[in-house]
Design a protein around this ligand. Sequence first.
Ligand code: KG4
Ligand code: ZN
Length: 315
Amino acid sequence: MKILAIESSCDETSIAIIENGKILSNIISSQIDVHKLYGGVVPEIASRLHFDNFPFVLMEALSKAKIDIKDIDKIAYTAEPGLIGCLHIGKVIAKTLSSYLKKDLIPCNHIEGHIYANAIENNFSFPLLALIVSGGHTQLFIIKKHLDFKLIGTTVDDAVGEAYDKVARMLGLQYPGGPLVDKLSKKGKDTYKLPFPKHDDSLDFSFSGLKSAAANIIGNSKVPINKANFAASFQNQVVKILLDKVAKASKLYSVKMIVIGGGVSANSLLREKINDSCLRNKITVAKPRLEYCTDNAAMIAKLAEEKMKLRDKNE
Ligand code: KG4
Ligand code: ZN
């Protein structure tokens, strides 16, 4: 079965084609260069750019997969969550293709897609713990069997990617700041003392206190801030907070496997430290390759394929 998947929830226009577990193409057209000028994603511009970009992305996805559009069996798309206008464009394109080709539509959830990005190159073992860290979400899920998602922890305020982007801006770095803070942190040392919000028994996160503390230190400092040291201190603290909750959840649910997903799962320190902690606790860890960390349609294609398997089993 060949599934064509569409992702347009934020500022990446992406189409992927999957056939029996193999990603044949995953074309991602990023709008970052445009949004950078405004310091963040402008929803109206993002929707318009999706509309302009889709024909080219579709042609390239088909050509890379060496597939004629008439050979596609199903059309998957990101239905939620995301920027409403952007999701709408993806849905309209998906519906148009589905009625032209007379093929079924498979609506997909973006966050579940980030989790299934890990299934592209790994087999899941259950119970599985998923940490989703992106520009809009910071969530922990426990999954006891395929497609059975239970939310067990979430941020009570900002998402971790949002905190990265805001702290990056305070340091004078461009949007999206996460990758730039990550890079800069490698040149610095953990010297600035930052708080650990929600350091309690719950599985919830909080990042607004960390962001305010960063603003206070940067704004009130009598001497110039050492940006590399600040980036290293912030990154260390964020990874400490994330892994503390991951450790609590993995113990509580006796998990066999941990996966990470979303843009911040590209973070070098998180990728390194989660390995160490899983190794210590004899838990298998999977991380999406970098192309599958930030928004992409391959993860939606993989999720859609799993949904079809489950439907076939239940029929
Ligand atoms: O999943 P994603 O592409 O879009 C959303 O669904 O939000 O995540 C984007 C977020 C941005 O906040 C970006 O700064 C962050 O992921 N990000 C990173 C890194 N790469 C991307 N944050 C920290 N370290 C990175 N290497
Ligand atoms: Zn995302």
